[in-house]
Write a protein that binds this ligand. Structure first.
Ligand code: PAF
Length: 283
């Protein structure tokens, strides 16, 4: 696997691949890779001739300086993982390479970015759109792979691709969970042992709510999750929203949509975790 640091070198390398008719898959990441990322890379390796994995902790999507500072980084471990799953290129630029000058672009994804993460993380999705669009211009992939754990991000990236008229497929991949059910996240490694045990309550509550939802209204199910999370010491709930999976707007009743997803964000101690569960999905 090649580790590339500059856009110029990356473009030269990928031009050679395209000249040979090779398809390109991109997996954008912020590093601190785990089995969830590995599953995205494996999918890309299966579906493309060349897989590029970007590793870049993007400063413009952090609205909390401490969060940016404490975000886990371990390029050597990341490269070992990527080597093992067949990635061809790890693209690991410095901040100056991606932002030689401040990116002043302002995106609007309303109403997708006005709900859930939107009010709690002002500017976050604008920063995500800035970096992901830069990566798409640099790599020009045929397909790009994103996890459904960041459910709102995935919908917004699809919308960004539509707005910018880009020609690539966005592939959403299912959440990968630890054996005990906790959704995999680079932030999990920041949890203390006690918080890690407590964090289990998130997926357990969401899965329990699937059963509960069979016999209860949507509002009762929402309250079931909210109450269980609020009753857990050490948790601070930001939101639990049950939304239409396409528009991300809250739904009132189970009959309101064929695609209904519950999305949660909370602090477990100082660590912010998100997760989601599908109540209804008609494919
Ligand atoms: O999901 C992430 O890890 C990041 O938001 C992304 C898509 C790599 C952009 O920095």
């Amino acid at each position: 696997m090649k580790v590339i640091r500059t856009i110029c070198e990356l473009k030269n390398e990928l031009d050679l691949c395209r000249e040979k008719g090779k398809s390109i898959g991109l997996v954008p990441t912020m590093g601190a890779l785990h089995a969830g990322h590995a599953s995205l890379v494996k999918r890309s390796v299966n579906e493309n001739d060349v897989t590029v994995v970007s590793i870049f902790v993007n400063p413009t999507q952090f609205n909390d300086k401490n969060d940016l500072m404490n975000y886990p980084r371990d390029l050597d471990a990341d490269c070992r993982l990527l080597d093992g799953v067949g990635a061809a290129i790890a693209f690991a630029p410095e901040v100056e390479e991606m932002y030689p000058e401040p990116d002043t672009r302002q995106f609007s994804f309303a109403p997708l970015d006005e709900v859930m993460e939107g009010p709690f993380r002002p500017g976050h999705f604008n920063g995500v759109a800035q970096i992901v669009s830069k990566l798409f211009y640099a790599v020009e992939p045929d397909r790009a792979y994103f996890g459904e754990k960041d459910f709102q991000q995935l919908a917004i990236i699809r919308e960004m691709v539509r707005q910018l008229g880009l020609k690539l497929d966005i592939v959403g991949c299912p959440i990968v969970r630890e054996e005990d059910g906790l959704a995999m996240s680079s932030r999990n490694m920041l949890l203390t042992a006690e918080e890690r045990t407590r964090a289990l309550k998130i997926s357990r509550t969401l899965f329990a709510s699937l059963d509960y939802a069979k016999e209860h209204t949507l509002q009762q199910t929402k309250a079931f999750v909210e109450e269980a999370i609020k009753a857990t010491e050490g948790f601070c709930l930001e939101y639990y929203q049950i939304v239409d999976g396409n528009t991300l707007q809250p739904v009132e009743q189970w009959s309101d949509s064929d695609y209904i997803v519950g999305c949660i964000a909370l602090f477990c101690g100082k660590i912010r975790l998100i997760d989601n569960i599908k109540y209804k999905e008609v494919r």
